[in-house]
Design a protein around this ligand. Structure first.
Ligand SMILES: [Mg+2]
Length: 181
């Protein structure tokens, strides 16, 4: 398995953020969660957060430092940053590393102590892996999304099927990688 494909392999894969194994992250030394916004915390195009998501966030906040890194425009990102009281980077151009670097720098957290949680392989997982962070892929909250994202999904489904076939990403709510215990 070449290192190129490893960029696409999430450390964990969950059906929703509420099902992410936070105990496991904590045990592995993760201190901060860098969350994606659209289709991870909030359905794309929506401006409401589900009650179950608010509860999850409150629980996670008690255990981890929380930040948000989004490719969305500042208006939307800043609104949620204020409302949820979490530091955020907008227009991050993930999978580029600049946004993650900036936020981790502000938070004073080393990449090896942070986990990314997001719904997209080519932005969240690739970006997080490039940074050397733990990466968690979640199933998108909504099938609705930006037209550009829908095209990328086609490629993502192909890659994900390939990774599952190779045994690198085994199952939902499970962990990827052959070195999994
Ligand atoms: Mg997203």
């Amino acid at each position: 398995m070449g290192s190129f494909w490893n960029l696409f392999v999430p450390d964990m894969y969950a059906s929703a953020i509420e099902h992410v194994d936070l105990d496991r992250l904590e045990r592995s030394g993760v201190e901060a969660l860098l969350l994606d916004l659209d289709n991870t915390l909030i359905p794309w195009g929506s401006d409401r957060m589900a009650a179950s998501m608010s509860r999850w966030l409150e629980g996670a906040r008690g255990r981890f430092r929380i930040g948000m890194v989004s490719n969305a425009l500042p208006d939307r990102v800043e609104r949620w940053s204020r409302e949820l009281e979490i530091p955020a980077i907008s227009r991050a151009a993930k999978p580029r590393r600049g946004g993650y670097r900036e936020l981790l720098g502000d938070m004073g957290i080393a990449p090896g102590r942070a986990a990314v949680i997001g719904d997209q392989l080519v932005t969240d997982v690739v970006g997080g892996n490039r940074m050397g962070m733990t990466t968690v892929l979640v199933v998108p909250l909504s099938k609705r999304e930006f037209i550009g994202t829908r095209m990328v999904r086609f490629v993502e489904r192909f890659i994900l099927a390939f990774l599952v076939r190779k045994g690198l990403t085994r199952r939902l709510d499970g962990c990827g990688g052959e070195d999994d215990e």
